[in-house]
Each structure stands twice: as structure tokens, then as C-alpha cells.
Ligand binder design. Structure first.
Ligand SMILES: [Zn+2]
Length: 302
């Protein structure tokens, strides 16, 4: 076997084992997912080598202001496809995307109590389609829904391509837009508050496929990591920094502050993590020394 491959396999197994142990030892684990989760369902990211903006150029960053100025014009352009090429490609990829094994494994991690909630930065709705229920917070909204800009009432569009101009809100009469947050648009306050509440409760946060560059969502990861010791919420007598686990094939701004880094893609990482935590739970239940795989004897003793 190639020594380099061998080493990376051993290291991967050891890191996975450490991640599983951290999750098993934590009371309240929250996951945050980013574009890396969607890429493996065929949805291109905005940034990076194969990113839509790399291909088509960076779009105007004041989309929300433009929408507010002329909602009817916005919808007219959507319906008549007089929109940026990167949006045309994005919505076609959203239409064709299906949840992958990582999405389904994440649902199981939640159902089996290993992870309490999932904050996703993705707007594709794939977590919902994989079966994720109320434990999901779509911090940037969901592109297959519509939302009133006045009262935030949401309605299902069940598609990513609108066929007609949506009526104004039947509650308050304000214009309706995609639920997905536009550039220059604040995150819906209740959604941000819900995400913050989960992060504040968490004693372990798993960041999956996120480059941790998009604020304010990624800022929550730093909030989890650097807590003020005076914060006595949720009945805790002492607030400790949450443990951080990163699953990402590439180094990110977050990597250096993580307790465990698993260098792999979202799909491989989440499915392997599900196996690892289940094995650890079973081993602990049976009173065995937890082991994740045959190479676990090579894990660091720390
Ligand atoms: Zn409304």
C-alpha cells in the first residue's frame, strides 16, 4: 500500500473516532452545514474553482434593494428568464438536485438523538426532502418557498422556477419574494434568533462543508467557540466554549480553532460519522472499549 494513502487513512479513522467520541460525550450537539453539502447533489457553489461567480462574474450585491424598488419588475424578469446566467444555471441545478446519502445520514443522526438540530446555510430544501423535520433551521431560507417581506408569512412554491407572478401577501398586502435571503437582505430575525438559541445551547458544534466565510451565519461558529464566561443562560453554572468539529475536504478559516478536523467531503464525512457514533454507542452500552474500525488501535492515545 502507498505509505501516504495508508497514513491518511489512519489519520482519517483517528479523527473520525475522536469526532464520534466528542459527540457521544456531549449533551447538546448542533450541526451547521454549508455549500459542500449541496455540491455533491450537483448544485454548484458560488465561490471557488467551479463556482458560479468564478464562471459568470460576481453579481450585484444589492439584489434586495433592487427587489424592494420594483417587485413586479423582478418577478417579470424571473418569469421571462431575463436574469443573470448564474441564476439560470443555479435554478436548473436546484430543480435537478436530489438529496444524497449525507443528507439521509444527517436525518438519522437527528432521529437517533446524536444531533439535536441542524442549521443549514443552503437554500435547496434537500434536508427537508431527505426527511428532516422541525430540527432544521434554514438560516438563508428555502428557494422552493415564497415569503412576504412584511410579515414573513411563507407559502410553498414547490418549485425553483416561478411560472407566474405571485400575488401580494394575503395577510398584509406586502410584496412576496423567494424565501431565500438575497444580497443585502437581513436574515429573518426569528430565524436568526432560533439559530443563535441553538448555538447557545450547544456544547458541541459540527461544521460540515462550510467555508465559514459567509456572515452572519458563519459568525455563529465563532460565537460557539468563544463564549463569555459570564453567560449563565440555560441553567448552566459555567459556560464553556463549545467543542468544534469540522468536516471539510479543504482547510478553512475555521480549521485552526477546531478540536477535531475530518478531512473529507460532506457525503463521506456524515455517513462515516453516523456509523462511528452508532458503533461507539453500541460499544459503550455493551461495556466494550469503543472502537470505530479495525485501525482504531492506531489512534492517538489522547
Ligand atoms: Zn405579509
Amino acid at each position: 500500500m502507498d505509505p501516504a494513502t495508508d497514513f491518511s487513512t489512519v489519520q482519517f479513522t483517528a479523527e473520525l473516532h475522536r469526532a464520534a467520541r466528542l459527540i457521544a460525550d456531549s449533551d447538546y450537539v448542533v450541526a451547521m452545514t454549508g455549500a459542500g453539502m449541496s455540491v455533491e447533489s450537483g448544485i454548484p457553489p458560488f465561490r471557488g474553482t467551479n463556482g458560479l461567480w468564478t464562471k459568470y462574474g460576481t453579481p450585484s450585491m444589492d439584489g434586495y434593494r433592487q427587489f424592494r424598488a420594483d417587485p413586479a419588475g423582478y418577478w417579470d424578469r424571473q418569469i421571462n428568464e431575463q436574469i443573470d446566467e448564474h441564476i439560470l444555471e443555479l435554478r436548473e441545478s436546484l430543480r435537478n438536485a436530489r438529496p444524497h446519502a449525507g443528507h439521509f445520514a444527517m436525518v438519522k443522526l437527528v432521529e437517533r438523538g446524536f444531533i439535536k438540530s441542524v442549521i443549514t446555510q443552503n437554500i435547496d430544501g434537500l434536508d427537508v426532502r431527505a426527511g428532516m423535520g422541525d430540527s432544521l433551521i434554514e438560516i438563508h431560507g428555502n428557494r422552493s418557498r415564497l415569503r412576504c417581506i412584511g410579515c414573513s408569512k411563507r407559502t410553498d412554491l414547490n418549485d425553483f422556477v416561478p411560472l407566474f407572478v405571485p400575488d401580494p401577501c394575503d395577510e398584509c398586502g406586502q410584496p412576496v419574494k423567494f424565501d431565500a435571503v438575497m444580497f443585502g437582505e437581513p436574515i429573518v430575525p426569528e430565524v436568526m434568533a432560533a439559530a443563535r438559541e441553538e448555538i447557545d445551547r450547544a456544547d458541541c458544534v459540527v461544521a460540515i462543508g462550510t467555508s465559514a466565510t459567509v456572515r452572519p451565519a458563519s459568525g455563529l461558529l465563532w460565537v460557539a467557540r468563544h463564549r463569555s464566561k459570564g453567560d449563565l443562560k440555560n441553567g448552566r453554572t459555567q459556560r464553556e466554549d463549545a467543542k468544534l468539529i469540522e468536516i471539510n475536504p479543504n482547510p478553512t478559516k475555521l480549521s485552526s480553532i477546531c478540536d477535531v478536523v475530518v478531512r473529507t467531503t460532506a457525503k463521506a464525512g456524515v455517513t462515516a460519522l453516523l456509523d462511528a457514533v452508532e458503533q461507539m454507542r453500541a460499544a459503550r452500552r455493551d461495556g466494550r472499549r469503543p472502537s470505530v474500525s479495525t485501525s482504531s488501535r492506531l489512534e492517538p492515545s489522547a
